[in-house]
Each structure stands twice: as C-alpha cells, then as structure tokens.
Design a protein around this ligand. Structure first.
Ligand code: SAM
Length: 313
C-alpha cells in the first residue's frame, strides 16, 4: 500500500535503532494480527516499517517507552507537527551561524531549564512537553555526540556536541510524514514501563520487544537510555513477560544480544520452548559505536514464537 505516510522513517538516531535489522525481522512479521505493541519504542524502526507495508489497523498501535523526553517528543510531533517544525527551523538557523556556542546555549540555557519547568518527580511529564522542547530534543539528537541521550546524576542532559560537518537538523518533509503516519494509525503513544504491555495485549496481538541489550562483556554495558539502566534481573523479568505473552496466544518478537545470560533464558530453555519460542542467531551491524573499527557484523538474537517465512534459517 502506498500512501503519503508510507515513506515515513525514524526521525531520531537512537542507540540500538533497528533499521539495519529490518530485513531479518521482516521474516517474522505475522501475516495477520490484532493490535500492534512496541513497548521499547526508541526511534520506532519497526513501527515505521509496518506502516510502510500497510499492516497496521487504525486505532490498534500502542507505542510506549520509559524515556519521558522521548515520549514527549513523539507526542508533540504527532499532535503539533507545524509548531515543532517551526521551532526546529529556528534552531537549525542558529546552529549554522555558530555551531558550538549555539549547541551549548540550547542544551544548558533552554533545554534543561525547559525540562525542569515541566518536571514531574524524577523526569519531565511527557504530556506537558512543549513543541519547543520536542524541537530541541530533535536538534540535540541530530547535533549531539552519537545521537546519545544521557543524563547526569542531577537528571540534566549532558551530552557534548558531536563533530558533524553538516548535520541534517530539520527534515520537515519526513517529520510531517511521521505525524501523518501516527495520525493515520491513530497510534497511542505513552510513557509506560514495558511490563504494562502485559495488561494491554490480547491473544492474536503482535508485540515487538527491543530492550537494551545484555552486554557481551562486563565493560560493554550501554546505560544511556535511562538513569536506572536494564540489568540481569530486568532481562529475567522480561523473559517471564515474553513467555506469559506467548502462552496467552500473542505473537512475540524480541531482539537481543547473544550474551550467555540471554542464551540461558531463551536458547534451549525448557520454559521458552514449552510456549513455542525459538532463538535464531542472525548477523547484524551496530550503527552507534564511537569506535569506527568496532562497527562490524556482530551476531544477534531474534527470539520469537512466530514461524519464519521461507528463506529464514
Ligand atoms: C534498543 S532501544 C529500542 C530501539 C528501537 N527499537 C529503535 O528502532 O529505535 C531500547 C529502548 O528501551 C527503552 N527502555 C529502557 N528500559 C525500559 C523499560 N523498563 N520499559 C520501557 N522502555 C524501556 C529505552 O528508553 C530505549 O528507548
């Protein structure tokens, strides 16, 4: 199906973004399903992929993440794209004049104080995010170091400027397509922990889960998404949710690293096997790595109870 919204693509660079893995993941998209849930939303690569092939029913997409700033940005883009784009154009112009000064002024004098003004306990309230904050979130993502979102111990965004000679800050056309895609799908976007999917999902629904990956080595843990991180206990609790969703009759699709702790949870685990879950090892490529020499092919797991289409190992 080709519509105006079909070409929308992720508008953020997000650590662990799944555009590279889409050819592998597509082999497991169910032919038919009820609602779609993406509880570790990030930049939403799989959501946009499903939109592009016209697989989503109106009013049946639930996109959630525990990063309140990220969700606030998605919400404002869905509901007020013109205001976000207007703000982003101004930021773009300011950056072109004096990149370094502008970046740090936006980060320290506008973005962090603006977040504090909509603060709700430990994080900004996603629903109170303004178009100006959403534009700054995109701006900092496009111009900051490796597109990272990192907070210091006081909860302030502290990523330094990246060294991009000519970053694409405002892609107004794609931002409008994203807003159209979200409206056309009547997508629910909410600030929620992943485990809430267990309350929302019904038999026949499709759930794509892309948690922070378990580290392959003790020094490799990426902790940039949220202050609390995602440790071994979280991976174990996630496995329980995945097994329970499969037992309920949901189509579950999960990506993760091939760390031994993930192998133990899904690859040959009797509990996972009982509900028809299998772990496939696929080649993948890491998009965000400050060390260019380490951006090579790394195997990853695709873990699912959905039968592979022809051509899949
Ligand atoms: C690997 S990224 C998802 C990337 C996404 N699939 C994409 O294409 O960009 C993991 C996401 O999980 C979110 N996250 C971390 N802990 C979470 C939790 N407990 N509940 C929900 N989301 C969480 C992070 O904020 C981050 O956006």
């Amino acid at each position: 199906m080709t519509t105006a919204s079909s070409a929308a693509r992720p508008f953020l660079k997000w650590a662990g973004g799944k555009r590279q893995l889409l050819p592998q993941l597509r082999r497991f998209y169910p032919q038919r399903f009820g609602a779609y849930h993406e509880p570790f939303l990030g930049s939403g690569a799989v959501f946009f992929d499903l939109v592009s092939v016209g697989s989503l029913r109106r009013g049946a997409a639930s996109l959630t993440d525990v990063n309140a700033d990220l969700v606030g940005c998605w919400l404002r883009l869905r509901d007020d794209p013109d205001a976000v784009i207007a703000e982003l154009r101004q930021l773009d112009a300011g950056y072109r004049e004096a990149p370094d000064t502008h970046y740090y002024r936006v980060r320290d004098e506008l973005f962090n104080p603006g977040r504090a003004a909509v603060w709700n306990g430990g994080a900004p309230a996603a629903e109170r995010y303004t178009p100006a904050l959403a534009a700054m979130f995109i701006y900092l993502n496009r111009t900051g170091f490796n597109g990272l979102f990192r907070l210091n111990s006081k909860g302030k965004f502290n990523v330094p400027r990246g060294r991009y000679p000519n970053p694409r800050i405002c892609d107004a056309e794609n931002l409008r397509r994203v807003a159209d895609a979200l409206s056309a799908a009547a997508a629910r976007v909410a600030h929620r922990p992943y485990a809430a999917v267990f309350e929302d999902a019904h038999s026949g629904d499709f759930i794509y889960l892309d948690p922070p990956y378990a580290p392959l080595s003790a020094t490799a843990r990426f902790t940039g998404y949220t202050p609390v991180g995602f440790g071994s206990g979280d991976q174990q609790r996630l496995q329980q949710v995945v097994v329970a969703l499969a037992a309920r009759g949901c189509h579950v699709l999960l990506s993760n690293s091939t760390a031994p702790e993930i192998a133990a949870l899904y690859d040959g685990s009797a509990e996972a096997e009982r509900v028809g879950i299998r772990a496939y090892t696929v080649p993948a490529r890491r998009a965000i790595n400050s060390n260019a020499g380490r951006r090579g092919a790394v195997p990853e797991y695709i873990i699912t109870n959905i039968p592979a289409r022809a051509g899949c190992p």
